[in-house]
Design a protein. Sequence first.
Length: 200
Amino acid sequence: MRLYDFSWSGNCHKIKLFTSIISLPIEIVPIDLLNAEHLRPPFQDLNPLCELPVFEDGTTVLRDSAAILVYLARRYGGEAWFPTEPEEMAQICQWFGTAAANVNFGPALARGARHFGYPADNAMVTRVSDRLFLALEKHLSSREWLELRRPTLADVAMFPYMASAPEGGLSLEPYEAIRHWIGRVESLPGYIAMPSVVAA
Ligand SMILES: N[C@@H](CCC(=O)N[C@@H](CS)C(=O)NCC(=O)O)C(=O)O
């Protein structure tokens, strides 16, 4: 099993975090995003969208962090992380959408703009992030995990770019419930941290 990876990518980190939690060994293939290796063959042939992560398992080749998480959970992780009961499955999928839209265009883009020169409209990033943080704070003020009263793929998908929001200049200080949830994820057996882009 092989992950095409960029070490500061939160989307790649979701896969490293989850495989570490379920003790699944994977090979890491570093792709030099900073020097545009993802825009050229052979990586471009694996994913014509030119985005990481890409995951290989035998002849299976998958792109998109949520799709890869689903594959890993169903194939190797047991029922708990991504159950097949319709309502439970849909509750988790809600957060895949939130991660790909609100988180991606909020805290992830704030970090990408500050450290990797991604073009961003600051007012829009702030507006998206503020709304997301308020909603998440409210959601987490009455529960420990995002769904199902236990850690699931929803927490894994939301975690890296929420935890690294301060690297994009977005403080989590006012959001106590979010900070406590981050602490709970960090306490999971097998947890691994994403390398800090600020310290680099
Ligand atoms: N929806 C995709 C988004 C993947 C994505 O945006 N990947 C970034 C790295 S975190 C990327 O490869 N960007 C390429 C680029 O900016 O040119 C996922 O969740 O995997």
